[in-house]
Design a binder for this molecule. Structure first.
Ligand SMILES: Nc1ncnc2c1ncn2[C@@H]1O[C@H](COP(=O)(O)OP(=O)(O)OP(=O)(O)O)[C@@H](O)[C@H]1O
Length: 257
């Protein structure tokens, strides 16, 4: 099996502002968000990154997407170093987060074209791909409506379409169903299955156990920035369920319920 996504010994520390220290209820001036984290995802699989709030999932995926730099370590996307060659990495990946903010003033049509052109995609391909994705997600009737007037679900579907406009082979989804109504959440999860069927490699961060059980081939459990467990979902389900396993690990790491 070919490794397409490889996190190698990544560490990331943030300096905390006064406000952040208050929110995190700490006097420490630094927060180690990710500690010597390593894991691989194979071509064509859905790899789930599961962890509680603040575990370091988003930080890891932002590093993998070249949005922030690690203190040490690296992420290799199809062998390309995100530290040394971030622009080539961006060509290979799609990144979707539930926090993605689309500019309110623009329309789905405009934004899709704009981001596609940033990837230097040919105009004919942009329009064909837009039609396919907008039809798939029911965006077409809203394609000339300003983002500010779209529902949360429609915004997320537009974000999803834009994140894969360049047909990336590796797609990173950070909590993609967060804050979505059940219908839109299902559209998104069904689409993840469709992407897997078309051979894409998907990294999915979530804290929803059922989502991992339903979608993922393998799962890595991350607590306090460290990988504490990794296995195939099928193997886990032979003896227990993910929720039971997770809380056992959480308590054994000193987590308080
Ligand atoms: N820019 C930042 N400045 C300071 N601390 C940060 C910053 N980004 C993240 N952190 C801290 O790093 C830790 C890991 O955060 P991260 O967002 O990666 O976790 P997460 O697993 O994605 O959690 P969630 O599900 O809540 O998004 C948290 O303690 C968080 O407060």
């Amino acid at each position: 099996m070919k490794v397409l996504f490889s996190v190698k010994d990544v560490t990331k520390t943030f300096t905390l502002s006064k406000k952040q220290r208050k929110i995190l209820k700490t006097n420490d001036s630094k927060k180690v968000a990710v500690k010597s984290l390593s894991f691989d995802a194979y071509e064509g699989e859905i790899y789930g990154l599961l962890g509680p709030n603040g575990a370091g999932k988003t930080t890891t995926l932002r590093i993998a997407s070249s949005l922030i730099k690690p203190d040490s370590g690296d992420v290799f996307i199809d062998g390309i170093s995100v530290v040394n060659d971030p622009s080539n990495v961006r060509r290979k990946i799609g990144f979707l987060t539930s926090e993605l903010k689309l500019e309110d003033f623009f329309t789905p049509n405009y934004l899709f074209d704009y981001f596609s052109r940033l990837h230097n995609i040919e105009e004919e391909t942009i329009q064909a791909r837009k039609k396919m994705l907008f039809d798939q997600f029911g965006i077409q009737p809203f394609c000339e409506v300003k983002v500010s007037d779209l529902s949360t679900g429609m915004k997320q579907k537009v974000s999803l379409a834009i994140s894969i406009a360049h047909d990336p082979s590796i797609i990173i989804f950070d909590e993609p169903t967060n804050g979505l109504d059940i219908i839109t959440a299902k559209t998104v999860t069904d689409f993840l299955i469709h992407l897997k069927q078309t051979g894409k490699t998907i990294i999915l961060s979530t804290h929803i156990f059922s989502l991992v059980e339903k979608l993922c081939d393998r799962v890595g459990i991350i607590i306090e920035g460290e990988m504490v467990y990794e296995n195939t979902v099928a193997e886990i389900m032979k003896t227990t369920d993910l929720e039971t396993l997770f809380f056992q690990l959480y308590e054994s790491k000193g987590g308080v319920l």
